[in-house]
Design a protein around this ligand. Structure first.
Ligand code: NAD
Length: 552
């Protein structure tokens, strides 16, 4: 039985007895040793046999695999997280490929749809429009003082599922679990928050079990004032916290990012994290196609948060290659639900305008591909099967190694499947998808599709920012993160067609990203922390491990 780690600092107000067993951060259940049971008032409260964490983990994994469906698996894991966080992270980290799709996309989407019906125990903070003027009191009720990472949603655009109101809480909860599992950010420093401003989802409003405010969404000045109070109070209560805005609708996401990115330490993962993971995939693709980013022409299907965010970062990355922003934007084209984004259109939202080029309208994506001759098509439309056989074959006709990224989540929304991409291009496609696809064998060769999911990026970025207490999160950090991620792709990965490293390496990947991000904080003068001698070693030292500590 491996020894428990001696704790460097035990809390002075360590709870005992049943209170200890009900504390998910400290609870070890049957792994409390005889000596700990004597000391901590646990005698009689546990079955007599002491288990190792390893045995406990075996029990969890066996039960997990017996669950009849993914939603039941989700409920089982969240219950474990509520009882014993170390054990939860032990099993998630040791089985990341199997469990990540359960605690995060795609299953978390289904969990959010069902959230009010599977609700057991609150997790995180619910701040509603009725708390206006009192948000500080809600924040002060949070039991942990040293909050470093906040994920907040207003539930208006949960994944591709739309307005789920307060039931969107599954997303901040799931995302923060990944910050811990993938990058070792201590769970006690993370805080999921839902800003419940109502919902316009009639089904939820008519559901007696719905957990959120039973009213239409607050909008306009009242909405903005609530956000402003929230941001201000968070800054007062948790001055070292990063605020990650998550799954806000387009009309708020872009303007909130613009409003706050230079005022507080914040970022929007849907826009910037997605951009970074896609840029990483492109950098890795360049190792297969040769050439530079500026040699490519990108055609996006979907001009929302993901698409515009990716294009903006590609333009920044091209600037590093000596291309002006104007010329860079000219290499990025968009098709949205109403056709090609061109400057003659009068229906374009503000965020699309920089990419509205001079061109005649095209009726279909295929026509756009034929006319614009892109080297890469990037699907971020949430519309399944929109990369048709004709479109993908045309890409293969135009390019020796066409880049085909079908990034829409969940799997059922992907613009095309991995099998289609490889088959229709006779194995030439450099393919990535948002949700995982199984390996594909085509013409005797096996291809392992890369998963271009932002979970490769945001945990490492968060860790880097926290490690050096950076005052801001900048685009250069996302660019550095993209480079660091692409550098973790080995020649063997590329040989298999994989442009992202396997998820099993995610902690090492996140540590490298964090070190790169922290370096940017120093070079941009955003931190006052003393510079460590070896940044990567420093980052690794700070990472949380789910091993039990000894209380005696
Ligand atoms: P969004 O709502 O902001 O944007 C969607 C865009 O798609 C809009 O511009 C819309 O006009 C366009 N669109 C809708 N129907 C279309 C059609 N038939 N043809 C062309 N365009 C159409 O959403 P978003 O945040 O940009 O996300 C879009 C998709 O990308 C989602 O499915 C999401 O799951 C996925 N995504 C994946 C990742 C990842 O890590 N892989 C990250 C973020 C988003």
């Amino acid at each position: 039985m491996p020894e428990k780690q001696p704790s460097p600092h035990l809390p002075s107000d360590l709870p005992t007895g049943i209170e200890l067993l009900h504390n998910p951060i400290l609870n070890q259940g049957t792994a409390f040793t005889e000596a700990e049971r004597q000391l901590l008032g646990l005698c009689g409260l546990l079955p007599p046999r002491v288990n190792t964490q390893e045995i406990q983990a075996q029990r969890v994994v066996t039960n997990f695999r017996k669950k009849p469906n993914d939603l039941e698996k989700y409920i089982y894991l969240i219950d474990l997280e509520d009882r014993n966080e170390n054990l939860f992270y032990r099993v998630v980290m040791d089985n990341i490929e199997e469990m990540m799709p359960i605690i995060y996309t795609p299953t978390v989407g289904q969990a959010c749809v069902e959230y009010s019906h599977i609700f057991r125990r609150p997790r995180g903070l619910y701040i509603s429009a009725n708390d206006r003027g009192n948000i500080d009191r809600c924040l002060q009720n949070w039991p942990y003082e040293d909050v470093r990472m906040i994920v907040v949603t207003d539930g208006e655009r949960i994944l591709g599922l739309g307005d789920l109101g307060a039931a969107g809480m599954g997303i901040p909860v799931g995302k923060l679990s990944l910050y811990t599992a993938c990058a070792g950010i201590h769970p006690a420093t993370t805080l999921p928050i839902t800003l419940d401003v109502g919902t316009n989802n009639e089904e939820l409003l008519n559901d007696p079990q719905y957990i959120g405010l039973q009213q239409k969404r607050v909008t306009g000045d009242a909405y903005d004032e609530l956000i402003e109070e929230f941001v201000t109070e968070v800054h007062k209560c948790f001055p070292r916290a990063v605020i990650q805005f998550e799954d806000f609708a387009n009309h708020n996401a872009f303007r909130l990012l613009k409003e706050y990115r230079d005022r507080i330490c914040t970022f929007n993962d849907d826009i910037q994290g997605t951009a970074s993971v896609t840029l990483a995939g492109l950098y890795a693709s360049l190792r297969l196609t040769g050439g530079k980013l500026k040699d490519h022409r990108f055609l996006f299907l979907g001009a929302g948060e993901a698409g515009i965010g990716i294009a903006d970062l590609i333009v920044s990355a091209m600037k590093e290659e000596g291309v002006s922003a104007k010329k860079g934007r000219e290499k990025c084209w968009f098709v949205d639900s109403r056709g090609l984004v061109v400057n003659s259109r009068r229906d374009l939202a503000e965020h699309k305008l920089p990419y509205a080029h001079e061109h005649e309208q095209m009726a279909t994506l295929l026509e756009a591909v034929q006319a614009l001759k892109p080297t890469a098509i990037i699907g971020v439309s949430g519309q399944p099967q929109t990369f048709t056989q004709e479109v993908v074959e045309e890409m293969a006709h135009l390019n020796e190694r066409p880049i085909v990224f079908a990034l829409s989540n969940p799997t059922s929304k992907a613009e095309c499947t991995a099998e289609q991409a490889y088959t229709w291009t006779k194995g030439q496609a450099i393919f990535a998808s948002g949700s995982p696809f199984d390996p594909v064998t085509y013409d005797g060769r096996t291809y392992v599709p890369g998963q271009g999911n932002n979970s490769y990026i945001f945990p490492g970025v968060g860790l880097g920012v926290i490690t050096v207490a950076s005052r801001r999160v900048t685009d250069s950090m996302f660019m550095a993160a993209a480079k660091a991620l692409s550098q973790q792709v080995t020649e063997e990965d590329l040989e298999l067609g994989r442009i992202y490293p396997p998820l099993t390496k995610i902690r090492a990947v996140s540590a490298n990203i964090a070190a790169a991000v922290a370096e940017v904080a120093y070079s941009e003068g955003l931190t006052d922390e003393p510079r460590p001698y070896n940044m990567l070693a420093h980052v690794k030292d700070l990472m949380y491990h789910p091993d039990y500590i000894s209380f005696v």
